[in-house]
Design a protein around this ligand. Structure first.
Ligand code: GRF
Length: 218
């Protein structure tokens, strides 16, 4: 039997998207193996989630390295040592050194809690708060390939949720998060299936395949 593709997941906190990826792998919706979880912070819930399911973990904390370049080199070394083919940023609160992006060009996926390019550039709950403050009627989340420009790489997929008149930042963030938990595993599956092609380095085209996540937008 062919070995499952190995993915690496980078986290910094709560880990609910990591949990969604683990569930999707377990039920077969995401035909992949999570080979390594790297956290930029020690003692975060995401590390505990990985450990309880037996996934190897590493902490690569910025303060342990003299430069962002050295931190990036440590990340690439850990990913390569684990045989990781595709990297998923699931609530990872660091910007990568360009060396990491070059080592995994078009093989790093991020999820952002807004309909990019709107409300780019800050961590949750910044984008959700900004959406509410702007009075938009629809919000959502975006999966995209990571490039050197923050939150601006080619969009893989998006999921839309309504904004209600009585929403708080917390209630809107919860609604978006539920959509994230469907969108991220579906996007990773689509990329692994070879169904997502980057055009001109700026946008993507999707070949619809069974299980490629085309139904993740409901
Ligand atoms: C999510 O909202 C994700 O979109 C953003 O950070 C948050 C991480 O949440 N990048 P969790 O750690 O996956 O629960």
């Amino acid at each position: 039997m062919k070995a499952l593709p190995r993915i690496g997941v980078l986290v910094s906190g709560r880990g609910s998207n990591l949990a969604a990826l683990i569930s999707a792998c377990a039920c077969g919706d995401l035909p992949a193996q999570i080979a390594l979880v790297i956290s930029s912070k020690p003692d975060v819930p995401a590390l505990a989630i990985a450990a309880t399911t037996g996934i190897p973990t590493r902490v690569v904390a910025p303060k342990s390295y003299a430069s962002r370049q050295a931190e990036g080199a440590a990340i690439v070394a850990a990913l390569q040592e684990a045989g990781v083919e595709l990297v998923v940023l699931a609530g990872y609160a660091r910007l990568f050194d360009p060396g990491v992006i070059a080592a995994y060009r078009w093989r790093i996926i991020n999820i952002h809690p807004s309909l990019l390019p709107a409300f780019a550039g800050s961590m949750a709950p910044g984008p959700q708060a900004a959406a509410l403050a702007a009075g938009v009627k629809f919000a959502g989340c975006t999966t995209h390939f990571v490039t050197e420009a923050t939150d601006a790489g080619p969009i893989i997929d998006q999921a839309v949720v309504p904004v209600r008149d009585d929403d708080t930042v917390a209630s809107l963030a919860d609604r978006i998060l539920a959509a994230e938990h469907r969108l991220l595993p579906a996007s990773v599956a689509a990329v692994l299936a070879g169904a997502v092609t980057v055009i001109d380095g700026r946008r993507t085209q999707r070949r619809v395949t069974q299980g490629s996540g085309a139904d993740a937008r409901d």
